[in-house]
Design a protein around this ligand. Structure first.
Ligand code: SAH
Length: 441
């Protein structure tokens, strides 16, 4: 079967905006850009109160409070995605992104032996657009999946975004079940009849055979920042500016802090960002995959342990000073993929990171684009498809900055090394789609 032709063959998505806006991966900021807004937000008042009572806080604590404080956090009450919001992501740009990821999960499910059931788990699902595109592929390839028992599991801290996800994904005739006290705080049924549950924490998702997806999730997890000094590593902290009482500033801790243990002994950079929460999530995913099978696909902008100061803010598609008007802008830091791989602790095999343009090309984006273009004479839809393709693939846009990493059970690669074979000069092609060419066309 030609997956790429079958996926969504009868349907072309409605126009998904044309993109004057920025994605988050473009710029670096040390928080030194000119302040755009000096308003004293409720979050700033809360932080000043906190710092006055207990002293300067780590950048990780600052990020966590600003983004996910249950009452005032940026993610809790905002719809920040899309043209009207603060940033735009790949699934919001083109339907092809989610369709190709849907095909990736099906090809992994087939390669791993077509289990009778699987859970699809997404971490940080945004507006639910990516899952909507994936589910459309699952429906179109229904003959393959018809005897498979699929359920959806969404890990989302934001009340506001979980409501938007439910609107995008669920059948409105089936009322949602809500229980704010329960680890499963919402339940429903998708438009194609798949049960869907919402959790705040990955730990609460049933430990069953699962495929995991995290797109632009790891970059919002809190990072600790460290600066090398003549006295050794010192953690960067957030303090109140002594000159201006309602302004924050960065300071260096006067002595070593406990988080310093996260720095590698052989570290050669003079400034590093470490995200222990990302390590905890990767350990949990690796443990689950090694015990029950399945796979995880992680896509984000990032580096392989080479970059230094990447902490930055976004508001209204523009860079925003990270310490100004906290709670009104997104905060993010590039994902350190070398750290993620290290945190899998050998429990699973990892593939990548590889650039988005390579992954999507291996998954057949060029064929998919042609199929979609052949289906429409509508100039605005054709323009949207071409612009979306360019945005996702162009190395100057998202093609190089975004990377894909997969975690699969060791058995999945058993006997088919994806490393360089001693007798070959070239690495053998990966049996995992995206990291090698899609084989089931
Ligand atoms: N994956 C989506 C959205 C990315 S934005 C897309 O690509 O369009 C980051 C998402 O992660 C949002 O849904 C946000 O609410 C969620 N999020 C942020 N911190 C989280 C946390 N600690 N646990 C679970 N979800 C979180």
């Amino acid at each position: 079967m030609n997956f790429l032709a079958a996926a969504g063959a009868r349907r072309l998505c409605a126009l998904r905006g044309v993109f004057p806006c920025l994605w988050r991966g473009k710029y670096f900021s040390s928080g030194n850009e000119p302040a755009e807004n000096n308003s004293v937000t409720p979050m700033l008042r809360h932080l000043i109160y906190k710092i006055k009572s207990t002293g300067p806080i780590t950048v990780a604590e600052y990020m966590k409070e600003v983004l996910t404080n249950p009452a005032k956090g940026y993610y809790m009450k905002h719809d920040m995605l899309g043209e009207e919001g603060d940033f735009i992501t790949s699934p919001e740009i083109s339907q092809m992104f989610g369709e190709l990821l849907g095909i990736w999960f099906i090809s992994e499910w087939i390669a791993a032996g077509k289990n009778a059931a699987f859970q699809l788990v997404e971490l940080g699902p945004g507006k639910g657009t990516l899952l909507e595109d994936i589910l459309r592929v699952f429906s179109q390839l229904g003959s393959l999946l018809k005897n498979c028992d699929i359920s959806l599991h969404l890990v989302e801290v934001s009340q506001k975004l979980s409501e938007i996800q439910a609107l995008t994904l669920t059948e409105e005739k089936v009322p949602l079940e809500r229980n704010a006290e329960s680890p499963v705080y919402m339940k429903g049924v998708t438009k194609s009849g798949i049960p869907v549950s919402w959790y705040r924490d990955l730990q609460d998702v049933p430990k069953e055979y699962s495929f995991y997806l995290a797109h632009e999730f790891f970059d919002v997890l809190p990072v600790h920042k460290f600066q090398k000094t003549p006295h050794g590593w010192r953690e960067v902290l957030v303090d109140i500016d002594p000159q201006v009482s309602d302004k924050l500033r960065f300071v260096l801790a006067p002595c070593a802090t406990p988080a310093e243990t996260f720095i590698q002994d052989d570290e050669t950079r003079d400034h590093v960002e470490v995200c222990p929460e990302a390590g905890v999530v990767i350990q949990e995913l690796s443990q689950r995959i090694s015990l029950t099978g399945g796979a995880a696909l992680i896509a984000d902008y990032g580096h392989d342990g080479t970059k230094t100061d990447t902490f930055r803010g976004f508001r209204g598609h523009r860079l925003h000073d990270v310490l100004t008007a906290p709670g009104t802008a997104d905060l993010t830091a590039d994902v350190d993929f070398s750290y993620l791989r290290r945190m899998s602790q050998g429990k699973v095999a990892s593939l990548g990171p590889i650039e988005q343009q390579t992954f999507l090309r291996n998954m057949g984006i060029d064929v998919r684009l042609k199929i979609l273009l052949d289906k429409t004479d509508e100039p605005s839809l054709r323009q949207q498809l071409l612009q979306g393709y360019n945005m996702l693939m162009n190395p100057m846009k998202m093609g190089e900055r975004f990377n894909f990493l997969a975690l699969v059970p060791h058995q999945r690669l058993h006997g088919r090394s994806h490393q360089t074979n001693a007798r070959q000069s070239k690495p053998s092609p990966s049996p995992v789609a995206g990291f090698g060419e899609l084989a089931w066309q």
